[in-house]
Design a protein around this ligand. Structure first.
Ligand code: SF4
Length: 709
């Protein structure tokens, strides 16, 4: 018999009126802690802050002697300073400092004031932003500049509340500008601040759920006298001492006396606790599971149009479409593309592309005669939350006249343009970028020439010494290498792990052609780089080719000073592809485990070839290491990684035996296991390799490795 409702309702014991309810402990700082943290952090900041082109610190105790380190000029008006802080704060979101500095300098040189920026076009702003990702930020800067001109006559408001009315300026940016430039007492809370506070107070749990607490604690700590400096000090501590990826430097931290996470570590250590069970400050804040990337499949059509012209030099143009103003890569130009189902066949993809082209070109499409249509390949592009597979086809058409393309907003699906082939081939940024590339290359060649001259002297010395000792073998080796005009002989391979990749140290002809204005297979032309500059590059490349022989000979002599020239780019740029490779290897493992053999070669191609070029990047990263021992260890690891990567695709063994596709059954299983072991070994070695690299460089690379939206 079911119990009657309320029949057995328990009577709650009456609360004892004398009992005080127990509150959970409140996360807070005591007055003395606040005083100490403010004082110590500001003292530390005044002595240790980085000198940046947008940073002012009237209390700085730094003696800056490096002329390359600049802070804003003393006579920079307040409004311009606010503009600087705004630009740098927007650029710094999702981007590492070295890159921000480079872009900031270029940006403020072109648009030194908010007024100058307000007159720029979206294309100009996007071009200047190219390489920073998250293009939405560039658009917001432009829209914000227009807003300030229109609503404030070009003068920024001085409070965070008013600043937040500017398009794209949220609480973080508003507080940063107002506190740093106008000394308003408002705290900023970014990932660095959250990390420092979470560790200071050992705050467990998802930091996103505790956003209000973090903000309240940041407010509590903020120094009312120097709010801008204090905000920057906490962020600087988080970026340089209380770091995210590597072990924080707690021993050198100015506020370790107030840090509860560090106190727990020290207590465990001093009590002789089990080291394997030791607490770690990096347990705070709790790692948040990243949302899994969604999969997207896109058919891309590279429509190349040959117009009327003589048969040797047909006029070639490519069709470009502007992306919508909102969403992924908003407002950027791309080859016509359409999202397709993941399982769509090539035929189905073509049908979708056809209907897109019908929409884009309308009746004009019928006048175009298809000359060739072929699938070029499929590539995977990783965005922060999308894994996009792009199936690319080339559609070559011929027509007497280029179809009349619509102008923006005329009713077609999207703005279109036909771009002459030379710009498509290499650069969307026009002459200015070409100029920069050219200077970069010239500089690289200048350094190479100097190093080669020094090496040549060393070689002469080594040869003379060998001669003096009567060591005919060494003399012969050196002279043979020079005579044979090659550096990929067996001996050299043995001594130089990267022998054979000499081309990566020197520009290829195609690169030279590009620098002097010719894309591959394009008509003659010299815009972008002057004729004399082009000639200089050509001459230097020829010198370079000759010196390669000499450099090859040096590889015979196993001393540190006789290495191939030192890479000239910042190390983190070589590490970005290696970090991507870590992720791609996970995909490769899945491909092998699922026996999706047809996907294996393209997946490996993305690792070993374009865009991640494992071998040259491993080599350059290894050669960038100053310490000889570490560098040698890195070189050994690099060699191992290259070998393991080479071993992953067992299909090539069958293909080499002339029996493609003949594997099966136990053989397939056996090889699959072998491949997985090779993937695992590559991952382990790559992890070891990255552990040898400086932390800053790895952290910078990690920030950049994910292709942002
Ligand atoms: S002591 Fe360590 S964990 Fe604590 S704030 Fe300093 S660096 Fe961060």
């Amino acid at each position: 018999m079911p119990p009657r409702a309320n029949a057995r309702k328990k009577t709650q014991p009456k609360a004892d009126s004398t009992e005080t309810p127990v509150e959970p402990p409140k996360i807070t700082f005591s007055d003395s802690e606040i005083t100490e943290i403010r004082r110590k952090l500001l003292d530390w900041y005044d002595l240790n802050h980085r000198v940046l082109p947008w940073r002012r610190n009237p209390h700085s105790k730094l003696a800056v002697t490096d002329p390359n380190l600049k802070c804003p000029p003393a006579n920079l008006p307040m409004n311009e300073f606010m503009y600087y802080v705004w630009v740098c704060e927007v650029m710094s979101q999702q981007t590492q400092l070295p890159r921000v500095i480079e872009y900031f300098n270029r940006w403020t040189e072109k648009w030194p004031t908010v007024e100058a920026l307000s007159k720029a076009s979206l294309d100009e702003v996007n071009a200047m932003w190219a390489g920073l990702g998250y293009y939405r930020r560039a658009r917001y800067l432009l829209e914000g500049a227009k807003y300030v001109m229109e609503h404030h006559d070009g003068a920024f408001p001085h409070t965070s509340k008013e600043l937040q009315k500017i398009p794209g300026v949220g609480a973080y940016t508003g507080n940063a500008i107002a506190s740093i430039a106008c000394s308003e007492g408002v705290a900023v809370v970014d990932a660095n601040v959250v990390r420092v506070i979470a560790r200071l107070r050992r705050m467990a749990g998802d930091p996103r759920a505790a956003a209000k607490e973090h903000a309240a604690l940041a407010d509590m700590l903020l120094d009312p006298e120097r709010p801008g400096c204090f905000n920057q000090a906490v962020m600087e501590l988080g970026a340089t001492v209380c770091t995210v990826h590597q072990a924080p430097d707690c021993a050198g931290c100015p506020i370790n006396g107030q840090c509860q996470a560090y106190a727990a570590v020290e207590e465990h250590r001093l009590s002789g606790g089990d080291p394997s069970a030791a607490p770690s400050v990096t347990a705070y804040p709790e790692k948040v599971e990243k949302a899994k990337r969604s999969e997207q499949s896109v058919a891309v059509c590279v429509l190349e149009m040959h117009g009327p012209g003589d048969s040797k030099k047909p006029s070639r143009q490519y069709l470009l479409v502007q992306r919508p103003k909102e969403g992924l890569l908003a407002g950027l130009w791309e080859f016509p593309s359409v999202t397709v189902p993941a399982e769509a066949s090539e035929k189905e993809r073509r049908a979708d592309v056809d209907s897109l082209l019908d929409t884009l070109l309308g009746a004009g499409r019928a006048d175009l005669e298809v000359q060739e249509r072929r699938h070029l390949g499929s590539i995977v592009h990783i965005f922060s939350h999308i894994r996009m597979t792009l199936h690319v086809e080339r559609l070559l058409v011929k027509g007497e006249e280029v179809p009349a393309l619509s102008s923006p907003g005329s009713g077609r699906q999207a703005p279109l343009k036909l771009q002459p082939s030379r710009h498509i081939a290499r650069s969307e940024n026009g002459a200015s970028q070409k100029k920069e590339i050219s200077e970069d290359v010239l500089q690289r060649l200048r350094v190479a020439e100097e190093e080669a001259a020094a090496l040549r002297q060393e070689l002469a010395k080594a040869r003379a010494e060998a001669l003096a000792k009567g060591d005919v073998g060494v003399v012969d080796q050196i002279e043979d290498a020079i005579r044979s005009n090659r550096i990929d002989s067996g001996d050299l391979k043995r001594l130089n792990p990267f022998a054979g990749s000499d081309k990566d140290n020197w520009l290829r002809e195609a690169d030279v052609s590009f620098l002097i204005g010719k894309g591959p297979g394009e008509a003659e032309g010299t815009d972008g780089v002057s004729e004399s500059e082009g000639e200089t590059v050509k001459r230097r490349v020829l010198i370079g080719a000759a010196l390669t022989v000499v450099l090859g000979a040096f590889a015979l002599v196993p001393t540190d000073s006789l290495r191939i020239m030192k890479p000239t780019k910042p190390l983190f740029l070589y590490l970005i592809p290696l970090i991507r490779i870590q992720e791609l290897l996970t995909d490769v493992r899945e491909v092998v485990a699922d026996a999706r053999w047809e996907e294996l070669a393209p997946a490996l191609q993305r690792i070993q070839g374009t865009p991640n070029n494992a071998e040259p990047n491993l080599r350059d990263a290894a050669y960038s290491i100053e310490d000889a021992r570490t560098r040698e260890r890195a070189e050994v690891l690099a060699r191992d990684i290259i070998e393991y990567l080479d071993s992953i695709d067992y299909n090539k063994y069958f293909d080499a035996m002339g029996r493609p596709g003949s594997r099966g059954g136990s053989q397939e299983k056996q090889f699959s296991e072998f491949s997985i072991r090779a993937v695992d070994a590559s991952q382990v070695k790559l992890k070891e390799f990255l552990a040898l690299m400086p932390r800053d460089a790895v952290a910078a690379a990690r920030e950049q490795a994910i292709v942002p939206m």
